[in-house]
Ligand binder design. Structure first.
Ligand SMILES: Cc1cc2nc3c(=O)[nH]c(=O)nc-3n(C[C@H](O)[C@H](O)[C@H](O)COP(=O)(O)OP(=O)(O)OC[C@H]3O[C@@H](n4cnc5c(N)ncnc54)[C@H](O)[C@@H]3O)c2cc1C
Length: 276
């Protein structure tokens, strides 16, 4: 028997004021919604064939409601999939997510066609090991990267490091790991090459602590049974809170990692998981 949810799922409400779809946007239907905790949920939507993106990029997402802003959302599914997945926070009183959390299958969302972002393989120099370090919903773009066959052509080992406050918040990353290990297609290119390393800051989990401490102490590399951090062979993507990004950017810069971009690839790319 399924365990009862320990939180109350939001009620269904009307999320459509019948507004015309703005220029440059697509209107698409929600297929599925899963609430992981009272602060996190994921949903998938139909994918218009005209909606193109690279693994790791984000899009601007809105609702056909008056007085509701568009917000940046990382695509959490792979470019080859026929649907789009998003992983979202529920901010109390948040202008978008206070409403977005009420989505149910059949509802409509708006997506701006143009996608962008720095967390793309093209912004990294060739390397042997890719480390994707995330906190909270910063894991979303890395789900897309981890499901992209091209990343396994570029790197021998792909490691996702996810830090959250509690074990319940790790459900999204754990489900990704399970999918990579069991989905026939994904398994064929990723199974032996993908690793997930997790930690929780507020509750004893598999490993308690912050992602920064895991890296500084070397515990991460022991757990991976891999060599210590090396700017010659490692490539790093960071996505999460400003505090984590600022701290690791300084540390990695001192360790010899150089930030890259589409035009000038480097050994490190960084993106904020939210503003504020
Ligand atoms: C490049 C980029 C990619 C993003 N991708 C995602 C994504 O995939 N999933 C997602 O949920 N959000 C993502 N965000 C954040 C998103 O754009 C919104 O901020 C979020 O959906 C909340 O919207 P809101 O209007 O309800 O509240 P806002 O007014 O946007 O935010 C209110 C406050 O809530 C906090 N907050 C906002 N987003 C988060 C978050 N994700 N985690 C923790 N605290 C947060 C901040 O303190 C912020 O000041 C991304 C932001 C950027 C810049």
């Amino acid at each position: 028997m399924a365990e009862p949810a320990r939180f109350r799922e939001p009620d269904a409400v009307s999320l459509d004021d019948g507004l015309p779809t703005p220029d440059g946007c697509l209107r698409t239907r929600v297929l599925d919604v899963t609430h992981h905790t009272d602060q996190l949920f994921e949903f998938s939507v139909e994918r218009d064939p005209g909606f193109r993106f690279r693994a790791g990029e984000f899009a601007m997402l809105g609702l056909p409601l008056r007085d509701t802003p568009f917000r940046a959302y990382s695509v959490a599914s792979a470019p080859w999939e026929d649907h789009l997945t998003f992983y979202s926070i529920k901010v109390p009183g948040g202008p978008l997510t206070e409403k977005l959390q009420h989505l149910t299958p059949g509802d409509a969302i708006w997506l701006r066609r143009k996608t962008t972002g720095t967390l793309i393989c093209d912004a990294l120099l060739p390397g042997e090991r890719l480390l994707m370090v995330s906190t909270g919903t910063g894991v979303a773009p890395f789900a897309s990267v981890a499901l992209d066959p091209a990343v396994y052509e570029a790197f021998g080992t792909v490691v996702l490091v996810q830090g959250c406050r509690t074990g319940a918040e790790l459900q999204f990353a754990n489900a990704l790991k399970k999918r990579i290990a069991t989905d026939d297609l994904v398994q064929s290119f990723a199974a032996d090459r993908f690793q997930l390393q997790t930690c929780t800051s507020r509750e004893p989990g598999t490993r308690q602590g912050r992602v920064t401490d895991l890296i500084y102490s070397g515990e991460l590399f022991d757990a991976m049974e891999g060599a210590p951090l090396d700017p010659e062979r490692d490539r790093i993507m960071l996505c999460g809170s400003m505090a984590m990004l600022k701290e690791l950017k300084g540390y990695l810069g001192e360790s010899g990692f150089v930030e890259g971009s589409r035009n000038t690839p480097g050994s490190l790319v960084i993106e904020r998981a939210f503003v504020g």
